[in-house]
Ligand binder design. Structure first.
Ligand SMILES: Cc1ncc(COP(=O)(O)O)c(C=O)c1O
Length: 410
């Protein structure tokens, strides 16, 4: 038997603390592909929790492309991009990703990453190194995704960047801060679609502010890429923005149905990130078969099928907005497939999630630190593979669950 030692006792104590605060998370093992109906431990559940907004994760064309990619390029890339891991499949994917943003960023180039987390770390830390230590200011939206928060923290530790947080619902609060800022490099960092609330950043206003005060605007459109805009190109297409000071980040494991992420920016910024973006340089390139699969996914997103899927998704959003009414709980105003229901305490969110599970639904309780203290919630997400009937059944169930949770509280 292993002897107990300090670090082990600390870990056990910390985990017990989390459990006591109802903050311990646990893994559930699925044994069917990602879709709206999933098997978990032999049980059949209706899932309203993935980010597979267009329902492409289990699309036959992508499964075929993955097999074809394996035939063409083998299983692994074997090295980082700058050594020998950069294949023609990566190159073609980057060209296609850049073409999606060509109307929005002049002289645009794309850089592919294995995850959005890495892309965000690389973009923020890499750009912060464009100037001397202590000469950069980072303005970060308070409710940004953890990967942006970590990118900002790491950049601050590496370059002594000054960090200011702002409320994304009040972008004008940035003006006074920027007016007083004499640093040569300023970067505004924001989610495009806020991942836990589903609302959009005021990107037009932020771009105007960035232009007026000579800042870069970094937008993480993880939840907008594939979903927003007529062609699914994302928030820049939807809001018709064009600027050479935009750094656009999209992820490819959500609406695109596969995995990975990319940064789109002016060629010189991308060239700099290839030179200095440590998460890019010091990590093995994603298997080229994944890049090959993603090329097919981009075709679907841009083509007729993507348009049809986005239309259906929008119909689901309208049904939710019109038909879901709660007595006590708060809905957030969101025009995206992310539709949270705020329950407040961890206990209530867990209770609602457990009751939903009993009714055959998979909707986990989202708790701090993913969301602010006191705003624990059900994060309900729609996929184009949900039918209107699926959604109406969920709405009916949620109304019953609300009463049950309120009853148990009383
Ligand atoms: C807004 C946002 N950015 C970045 C990421 C990270 O992307 P990935 O899952 O590809 O690492 C996520 C993931 O959930 C996200 O919600």
């Amino acid at each position: 038997m292993t002897k107990s030692f300090n670090a082990l006792a600390m870990a056990q104590e910390k985990i017990a603390d989390l459990d006591q605060q109802l903050l311990k998370r646990s893994l559930r093992v699925t044994n069917t592909p990602c879709d709206t109906h999933i098997q978990v431990a032999g049980r059949h559940l209706k899932a309203f929790c993935s980010n597979d907004y267009l329902g492409l994760a289990n699309h036959p064309d992508l499964i075929n492309a993955l097999a074809e990619g394996g035939e063409l390029y083998g299983a692994g890339s074997g090295a980082s991009h700058l050594i020998s891991g950069h294949s023609i499949a990566h190159e073609l994917l980057e060209k296609k990703l850049a073409s999606f943003q060509a109307e929005h960023i002049p002289n645009v180039r794309a850089l592919f990453f294995s995850t959005g987390y890495m892309a965000n770390l690389a973009a923020i830390t890499g750009l912060a190194k464009l100037t001397q230590r202590g000469e950069v200011s980072l303005y970060s939206a308070k409710l940004n995704h953890a990967s942006l928060i970590d990118g900002v923290r790491l950049a601050s530790a590496q370059t002594n960047a000054v960090v200011s947080l702002f409320d994304h619902t009040c972008p004008s609060s940035l003006i006074e801060l920027l007016k007083a800022d004499k640093k040569p490099l300023k970067i505004i960092v924001t989610d495009g679609v806020f991942s836990m609330d589903g609302d959009l950043a005021a990107v037009k206003e932020l771009l105007k502010i960035a232009e007026d005060y000579d800042a870069l605007l970094l937008i993480d459109d993880a939840h907008g890429f594939g979903v927003l805009g007529k062609n699914g190109h994302g928030i820049l297409e939807q809001e018709r923005l064009c600027s050479d000071r935009i750094i656009y980040i999209g992820t490819l494991g959500k609406a695109a149905g596969v995995s990975g992420a990319f940064i789109c920016a002016q060629d010189s910024f991308i060239e700099w990130l290839i030179q200095k973006g440590r998460p890019y340089i010091y990590s093995t390139a994603t298997p080229p078969a994944i890049a090959h699969t993603l090329l097919k996914s981009l075709d679907l997103i841009e083509g007729e099928e993507g348009c049809t899927r986005r239309k259906h998704l929008n119909q689901l959003i309208t049904i939710w907005q019109e038909e879901m009414t709660f007595v006590n709980w708060d809905k957030v105003s969101s025009c995206t497939p992310i539709q949270p229901v705020i329950l407040g305490s961890n206990a209530n969110a867990l209770m609602a999630s457990t009751l939903l599970d009993g009714e055959g639904y998979w909707i986990p309780a989202i708790r701090p630190p993913t969301v602010p203290l006191g705003s624990s919630r059900l994060r309900i997400t729609f996929s184009a593979n949900h039918s209107a009937e699926d959604l109406r059944e969920l709405i009916a169930t949620l109304k019953v669950i609300e009463q049950k949770v309120i009853g148990k509280q009383a």
